[in-house]
Design a protein around this ligand. Structure first.
Ligand code: BTN
Length: 321
């Protein structure tokens, strides 16, 4: 049986009569439940006989988006929603170790131990972004797992463009940028042996409001509200899950060839001059990606280098992008 919140989350006005019929309780009991939800912070308007209407605001509780998902895989496993948590990636790895199925999701309002790439931390203040991790148990060879990073970047970039109109692009390997500044970062964590992937945890941190990043990062970070029109975080999440399901299936069915052109089309790195900083250091032109997702950079002496995502930072010669 649906809960009263599930009924209201469908949207529109629902009469007390309809709710009492569906739940098999009296009108007075409905009213009591509505009051309890209001006390718990939900905004519920009442208009006499017309009934009740939920004002969802920009909340991310699963009850607000689960029934609107257009996926058959992502969001169809276990779903964990936390107010505050150390890291959604860490929590989802714990869930995975206990057997959570493919398609499980962990998300939160606030992380107090958010993890970034290359051992960095990730700012994740309450309500300011989408801090979410997805669990896949993909049908892929372990050496192809990094390609899921590219799928994730494509999916998030598409979701951003579809829902906010922002002119975002992908900075190799997997940052989403807009106006030369970072909007979203992606962190994949993998559990695999030589010939089998047990699971992949795909964590994304999307800055939705300017409070998502600290003042000192304002020259290289931005948020959706600054570059596009934000309706709700739940809407972006729904589009992201649908797009990632599609790209992951293409990768599983066709390998690199299934996603390569779509990645190239969304990239702002390919064709650009880049500085590679890390285990190798050089300046050159980013020419392409190969079938492992590595970046192919031609240095100024004409030599072609294969650059792996785990080893380096890539910066445009004119700045962050
Ligand atoms: C980066 O450094 O660009 C990657 C940042 C990834 C942050 C996300 S937020 C949700 C998930 N949980 C984490 O601890 N990290 C990722």
């Amino acid at each position: 049986m649906r809960s009263i919140l599930e009924i209201l989350a469908q949207g529109g006005q629902v009469s007390g009569e309809e709710i009492s019929r569906e739940l098999g309780i009296s009108r007075a009991a409905v009213w009591k439940k509505i009051e309890a939800l209001r006390e718990a912070g939900w905004q519920i308007e009442s208009a006499g006989k017309l009934g009740y209407r939920l004002e969802p605001g920009d909340r991310l509780e699963p009850v607000l988006w689960e029934s609107k998902l257009e996926t058959s895989r992502l969001g169809r496993g276990e779903i964990a929603y936390h107010d505050t948590v150390d890291s959604t990636n860490t929590q989802l790895k714990i869930m995975a170790a206990k057997g959570a199925p493919d398609g499980s999701v962990c998300l939160c309002e606030c992380q107090n131990g958010g993890k970034g790439r290359l051992g960095r931390s990730w700012n994740s203040p309450a309500g300011q972004g989408i801090w979410v991790s997805l669990l896949l148990r993909p049908q892929l060879r372990p050496e192809h797992a990094p390609l899921l990073t590219l799928c994730t970047a494509m999916a998030m970039n598409r979701a951003i463009r579809e829902t906010t109109g922002a002119d975002s692009r992908i900075k190799w390997p997997n940052d989403i940028i807009c106006g030369g500044k970072k909007l979203c970062g992606i962190l994949l964590e993998i559990s695999a042996d030589m010939d089998h992937i047990d699971y992949v945890v795909i964590g994304t941190g999307l800055n939705v409001y300017p409070g998502a990043y600290p003042e000192e990062l304002k020259h290289q970070a931005t948020s959706l509200q600054e570059v596009g029109k934000v309706q709700s975080r739940a809407e972006i999440l729904i589009h992201y899950l649908r797009a990632l399901e599609e790209y992951a299936a293409l990768l599983e069915q066709k390998g690199f060839a299934g996603i390569a052109d779509a990645y190239r089309a969304q990239s702002c790195t390919l064709g650009s001059r880049v500085n590679v900083i890390g285990s190798i250091n050089m300046t050159g032109t980013a020419e392409d990606i190969d079938e492992t997702g590595a970046l192919l950079v031609r240095d100024d002496s004409g030599e072609l280098h294969r650059v792996l995502a785990g080893d380096v930072s890539v910066r445009g010669v004119m700045g962050y992008v």
